[in-house]
Ligand binder design. Structure first.
Ligand code: NAD
Length: 258
């Protein structure tokens, strides 16, 4: 086990990519703080982690609320006394043409996808600076490298996550804390079910067709799985990646190459 007895906070761990990251890191020997706004889903992930023999802590949290974030860090410190890994994975998307996009919708996505990354990183950085060690992973997106129609607001948030990652990587390097981003492409989760439905509607296609159309642009000819992303996160938080910081790694089947 590469990550024996490390303590990891994973946001958005109740389903999809966050759930897969939680399970993968638990298999590598990590105790997991399972954080999600949906407590029932978080508890389901927690039960799976228990069966792997690791200690989970389940926390209901809205990453865009500063009070919730401080509570998450306080509860983690009370139970485990340290934080080795933070994975900022919680995210939402609203898929719409800009002329229909409401100001409140714009704020909501930026609050969860970008401000949430700032709030969680700030709270955890205080602990990691004292420890003089830590690994922060921010889940950005292929939309953080390349804008696509009806995803402009999501792209704004995810480009922002990469810029934040680079700045923070330089700032925290003196404390031996690494900060990297992961940029998944088309990953089969509930988020993509929603995106497919909205995109198909906008493009006048039957449900499922927008997803298929996107896959035609993927050199490896398939969508990704949450486990594909989890494997890269497991590498980035392992000692093998100690000399990597400020990077934004594509997990897109070759759809994005820069
Ligand atoms: P998902 O919708 O299946 O899961 C997201 C999880 O985040 C859910 O459990 C949800 O309850 C939780 N969440 C939402 N808002 C929250 C909040 N305010 N506070 C705490 N938890 C909250 O989505 P997913 O596909 O697993 O996406 C995970 C991450 O990967 C997101 O950041 C997403 O933007 C990113 N991503 C996904 C894809 C994809 O194709 N699925 C591609 C690129 C990037």
């Amino acid at each position: 086990m590469r990550l024996n007895n490390k303590i990891a906070i994973i946001t958005g761990a109740g389903r999809g990519i966050g759930e897969a990251i939680s399970i993968r890191l638990a298999k590598e020997g990590t105790d997991i703080v399972v954080c999600d706004i949906d407590f029932d889903n978080a508890e389901r992930t927690t039960e799976k982690i228990k069966t792997l023999g690791r200690q989970p802590l389940t926390i209901k949290i809205d990453v865009s609320k500063s009070k919730d974030v401080w509570e998450m860090v306080n509860l983690t410190m009370k139970k485990f006394g340290r934080i080795d890994i933070l994975v900022n994975n919680a995210g939402i998307a609203i898929v719409k043409p800009i002329v229909e996009f409401e100001e409140e919708e714009w704020d909501k996505v930026i609050d969860v996808d970008l401000k949430g990354v700032f709030l969680c990183s700030k709270a955890v950085a205080k602990i990691m600076i004292n420890q003089k060690s830590g690994k922060i992973i921010n889940i950005s997106s292929s939309s953080g490298k390349m804008g696509t129609e009806f995803f402009a607001n999501y792209a704004a948030a995810k480009f922002g996550v990469i810029g934040f990652t680079q700045g923070l990587a330089k700032e925290l390097a003196p404390y031996k804390i690494t900060v990297n981003a992961v940029c998944p492409g088309i990953i089969g989760t509930k988020m993509w079910d929603y995106a497919d439905e909205e995109l198909s509607k906008r493009l006048g296609l039957p449900k499922g067709e927008a997803f298929k159309k996107q896959i035609q642009n993927i050199p490896l000819s398939r969508s990704g799985t949450p486990e594909d992303v989890a494997g890269i996160v497991a590498f980035l938080v392992s000692p093998e990646a100690d000399y990597m910081t400020g990077q934004a790694i594509n997990v897109t089947g070759g759809m994005v190459m820069h």
